[in-house]
Design a protein around this ligand. Structure first.
Ligand SMILES: Nc1nc2c(c(=O)[nH]1)N[C@H]1C(S)=C(S)[C@@H](COP(=O)(O)OP(=O)(O)OC[C@H]3O[C@@H](n4cnc5c(=O)[nH]c(N)nc54)[C@H](O)[C@@H]3O)O[C@H]1N2
Ligand SMILES: Nc1nc2c(c(=O)[nH]1)N[C@H]1C(S)=C(S)[C@@H](COP(=O)(O)OP(=O)(O)OC[C@H]3O[C@@H](n4cnc5c(=O)[nH]c(N)nc54)[C@H](O)[C@@H]3O)O[C@H]1N2
Ligand code: SF4
Ligand SMILES: [Mo]
Length: 715
């Protein structure tokens, strides 16, 4: 180093007045990478750097989103005070004024139209404590049956399938540490390389150890590049493809007879059904050649160990839950679950996508995965909450169905915490109209999101840097997010906001919490004896042990690395197979002469969900400034779409204009658009309102569309 450079660095060092370090976990995906924010004060400005911290799940890694997450947390548009809409404009008000206004309006609506005229819409990006408290807030403070959350659009198909087949929904039946030792892996509709990047080394290690990887995706992605075999089905035909795989596995006798006899119900019906199908027909429906169906099936059947992973590519369909059940049919038929190197993983989406689906935010659920329609479960929770079990409301409806209830006038007021539904829900125009119809609407957010813009009151919430609490990650590992950065302005934690509103509504006695840990202590009890039992987990243990895999029923219990080793969670201990017909109850939208292409939607590495956070992060936004339409060049030529030109995409519901991106690796009949952008670029304007009848998952992954060039003066 030259003398001049040394001098330069020495002066720089002297300029750093102080350095502070804050631990947290990434606010984005289910890997929940542990991280540390380093804040340096340099003369008059602050410099932030985020580094990864070692832990059993992400092993110290971070992806580009995690490294830059602080950019949105410190963004100038971050909300710092409660806002009230006056004559169409937001004005700053005090917490006392905001709370009083909320009390007046909530009370008025419920007095005039009943308890159920108020609805609550929650999120899987909040902590376990907050998800738990939100459910209690709806049932005890507001006494409404209408509560559901954004996880309905995310994990509901996988959750419903695992509950029905196994009797228990822990997203991953094993811990990640088992992946490197498995011999065959099916990745169905998952793009882990872009969506859970820090999980990749587990799969790369498996490959180094000789594992054979089969990817199922209509597009080539960074994930399918890892695979030895890539099946490219027509969107929405995965259930049929799984029937094809099952047929070959059974006919070639790769079934585990002993396992089936001792641990499984329903095999004979499935065997008879797939026996009656023809592979030719399945090739026709899926577009996957028989030779490849056979190749995949034989390999998975033959290997001693194997794992199947699914994500939204196969789940976000109007038959998503049955599709996942069919992949689970394959797993139990081959006896590849509950053993070392064998298991199922629904790759969880949001940071707390697992925990937030267990503790009472769902329309039909009480904490610990209990059912709100089960008398014993109601009595148990009534005891924990100190209310009469008859006063706990019954089940409500799913997220999108609440929008329908708003349209119909049954729901008049909405309390929204940590979601942006006018962008993320299907049939987006209808959803926006619904939100506009509300008599009174409160949004709790970090920013004025597209949905919050329509609120009467916006309450400012704390971020991942400020809000301590537990999150349950992709493995089912409960972790403690130690967050201690001071809240900006008058920002409060989501749980504090719930307690404050409960207080002005006269329900203080049920919500007198002063720390997140106190809420967790109640959650432990509320979950005790339930399927998702957290009773044995404490903050102290989480600090010491770095995370515990549930179920953990008592303080001496080590946590559960692998579930279903000796029995499944149904009362007879057996897994339940089911026949998954090639024709689903709700058929996917069919192509026609007018709408000749499949639109499928998803994600890119640098943005997160509706983009409210990542679009504010310069380092992330710069990587993808706008949405795009991936299209095969042959298809593009057919519809006169040049590369990098503006194109109009229309479905029966609406249209958007985005830029084209030619790609040799997508199916000819399919286009792909990421959903991270809003307003006129919101791809959900095109998605239909049809829902999976079993779990109410929308069909985000298939719409019939047409494309046409738009006069683009830039070209
Ligand atoms: N960068 C980034 N990471 C994220 C998120 C994000 O927004 N951005 N969101 C988080 C959340 S909440 C979630 S739920 C997860 C989602 O994680 P993923 O489910 O992995 O993500 P998607 O891109 O929605 O879909 C995965 C793949 O499914 C494919 N696909 C589409 N239609 C079909 C089909 O019919 N059949 C099959 N077999 N495949 C199909 C798509 O081409 C895509 O590559 O990611 C989490 N991580
Ligand atoms: N077409 C299409 N649509 C989809 C999908 C798809 O694949 N295709 N995927 C679906 C899936 S899997 C999901 S998960 C949904 C998600 O969709 P949304 O629920 O709309 O998710 P976000 O965009 O994360 O919205 C979160 C909002 O909460 C705010 N926020 C962030 N952290 C906090 C916090 O700690 N507290 C509070 N109060 N607010 C906070 C953010 O600023 C943002 O405005 O979208 C679904 N929609
Ligand atoms: S987005 Fe997911 S993989 Fe990336 S740093 Fe955050 S938690 Fe880790
Ligand atoms: Mo999600």
């Amino acid at each position: 180093m030259t003398e001049a450079l040394l001098k330069y660095f020495r002066t720089k060092e002297q300029e750093v007045k102080s350095e502070k370090k804050y631990d947290s976990q990434c606010p984005y995906c289910s890997m929940q990478c542990k991280m540390q924010l380093i804040e340096q004060s340099i003369v008059t400005r602050k410099k932030y750097t985020t580094i990864g911290k070692d832990n059993p799940t992400s092993e110290g890694r971070l992806c580009i989103k995690g490294m830059n997450a602080h950019q949105h947390a410190f963004h100038k548009e971050r909300l710092k005070f409660p806002l009230l809409k006056v004559n169409g404009e937001f004005v700053r008000v005090s917490w006392v004024e905001a709370l009083e206004y909320i009390k007046e309006n909530f009370t008025k609506i419920q007095k005039e139209s009943g308890h159920n005229a108020l609805a609550v819409y929650g999120s899987a990006s909040i902590t376990n404590e907050e998800a738990y408290l939100l459910g209690k807030f709806a049932r005890v403070a507001l006494k409404t049956k209408y509560i559901d959350y954004n996880g309905r659009l995310c994990m509901s198909a996988a959750a419903s399938a695992a509950s029905q087949t196994f009797g228990l929904d822990r997203g991953f039946t094993n811990s990640l540490s088992e992946i490197p030792s498995t011999k065959c892996i099916i990745l169905a509709g998952t793009n882990i390389a872009e969506c859970q990047p820090t999980i990749m080394p587990y799969f790369e290690r498996a490959k180094e150890n000789g594992a054979y990887i089969i990817a199922i995706d209509p597009r080539e992605t960074a994930t399918t590049k890892l695979a030895d075999l890539h099946l490219k089905p027509k969107p929405g035909t995965d259930a049929v493809l799984a029937n094809g795989l099952l047929k070959v596995i059974i006919e070639e006798n790769y079934v585990d007879e002993t396992f089936l006899q001792e641990r499984v119900n329903g095999f004979d019906d499935v065997r008879d059904y797939v026996g009656s199908l023809s592979l030719d027909e399945m090739e026709e429906i899926t577009g996957v050649p028989i030779t490849l169906i056979r190749k995949a099936a034989l390999r998975f059947g033959k290997e001693e160990t194997g794992m199947i992973f699914t994500a939204r590519g196969v789940e976000q369909h109007t038959n998503g839950s049955m599709t996942v059940r069919n992949f689970l049919n394959i797993l139990v038929t081959t006896g590849k679950v509950g053993k070392p190197g064998c298991g199922y993983g629904a790759i969880t989406g949001q940071g707390n996508g697992q925990g937030a689906r267990e503790h009472g935010q769902k329309a039909d659920q009480l904490p610990g995965y209990r059912s709100i329609e089960n008398e014993e479960h109601r009595k148990y929770l009534a005891g924990v909450w100190g209310v009469h079990h008859k006063d706990i409301p019954r089940k409500g409806v799913s997220a999108y169905e609440m929008m329908e209830k708003i349209h119909e006038g049954e729901i008049k007021g909405l309390f929204l915490m940590c979601s942006n539904p006018i962008v993320s829900n299907p049939n987006a125009r209808f959803v926006k109209e619904a939100i506009k119809k509300l008599t009174f609407f409160v949004a709790v957010d970090l920013f004025v999101s597209e949905t919050a813009r329509l609120a009467d009151v916006i309450l400012p919430a704390s971020s991942y840097l400020e809000d301590e609490g537990t999150m349950t990650n992709v493995e089912g590992r409960v972790t403690l997010r130690e967050a201690s950065y001071p809240c900006p302005g008058e920002v409060k934690h989501d749980w504090q906001i719930l307690c404050e509103i409960a207080r002005v509504l006269g329900k203080e006695e049920y919500f007198s919490f002063t720390t997140a840990e106190e809420i967790f202590t109640e959650l432990r009890l509320a979950s005790r004896g339930g399927n998702a039992d957290y009773f044995g987990i404490t903050y102290e243990r989480l600090r010491k042990e770095g995370g515990i895999l549930w179920p953990c029923p008592d303080p001496d219990h080590k946590g559960t690395k692998r579930v279903f080793e000796t029995s499944f969670a149904h009362s007879d201990g057996k897994a339940a197979m089911v026949v998954v017909p090639n024709s689903p109850v709700i058929p996917k939208e069919q192509l026609s002469d007018e709408y000749p292409l499949y639109l499928t939607t998803g994600r890119v590495m640098s943005h997160y969900l509706t983009g409210v956070q990542t679009r504010k992060s310069p380092s992330l936004a710069a990587r993808n400034v706008e949405p795009f339409m991936e299209i095969h060049p042959a298809t593009a030529v057919k519809y006169q779409i040049q590369n990098q030109s503006l194109v109009k995409i229309e479905s029966r519901r609406g249209s958007v204009v985005v830029r084209s991106k030619w790609s040799e690796t997508i199916r000819h009949d399919t286009i792909f658009v990421p959903f991270h952008w809003a307003d006129s670029q919101n791809i959900n304007l095109l998605v239909s309102k049809e829902l999976d009848p079993a779990c109410k998952m929308p069909g985000f992954k298939v719409s019939a569309v047409k494309v046409s060039p738009v006069n683009d003066f830039l070209n």
